[in-house]
Design a protein. Structure first.
Length: 149
């Protein structure tokens, strides 16, 4: 299964400014996805952080034993008018470009605006906290729904 991963509002609150407050929720994400039922999940970065940093630079934020799970980043599409569905279009383009249209996927994000037709595939985090331990049972149910699809 593919997980399209946003950073701001997922791996740390959107208000995070200092280096001490960035990446605070990575341990929650890594611990969850190290469970046996999720070991085959792979991550594609779909965050604005990918615009100015390489996948290798971004993967360096994760534990050494987790970095191999990060397999790429979505293309950056030009913004023309509304942001509605922008991230969704980037995901669909990545799936097409890599011949993985039929693979199970979800997105972890905090911005509903960036999604449209496939918003049901998105697990929306609270942008004030990012992904929390309290979110994990609901995330597990969300993953189960799309792994079976």
């Amino acid at each position: 299964m593919l997980i399209f991963l946003d950073f701001d509002g997922v791996l740390h609150p959107t208000t995070a400014q200092s280096s001490d407050s960035l990446w605070t929720q990575i341990p929650v994400l890594e611990t969850f996805f190290r469970q046996p039922e999720y070991v085959n999940c792979r991550f594609v970065i779909d965050s604005t952080w990918r615009i100015h940093r390489s996948v290798c630079e971004l993967a360096a934020q994760f534990s050494v034993d987790f970095r191999h799970k990060i397999i790429g980043a979505t293309p950056v599409l030009p913004i023309s008018g509304s942001l509605k569905g922008l991230r969704e279009r980037e995901i669909l383009l990545w799936l097409r470009d890599f011949g993985r249209e039929n693979e199970a996927w979800i997105a972890l994000d905090d911005m509903r605006t960036y999604f449209d037709e496939y918003s049901d595939r998105v697990f929306f985090c609270d942008s004030r906290t990012g992904l929390t331990v309290q979110d994990l049972p609901e995330l597990a149910a969300h993953l189960a729904r799309f792994q079976a699809a």
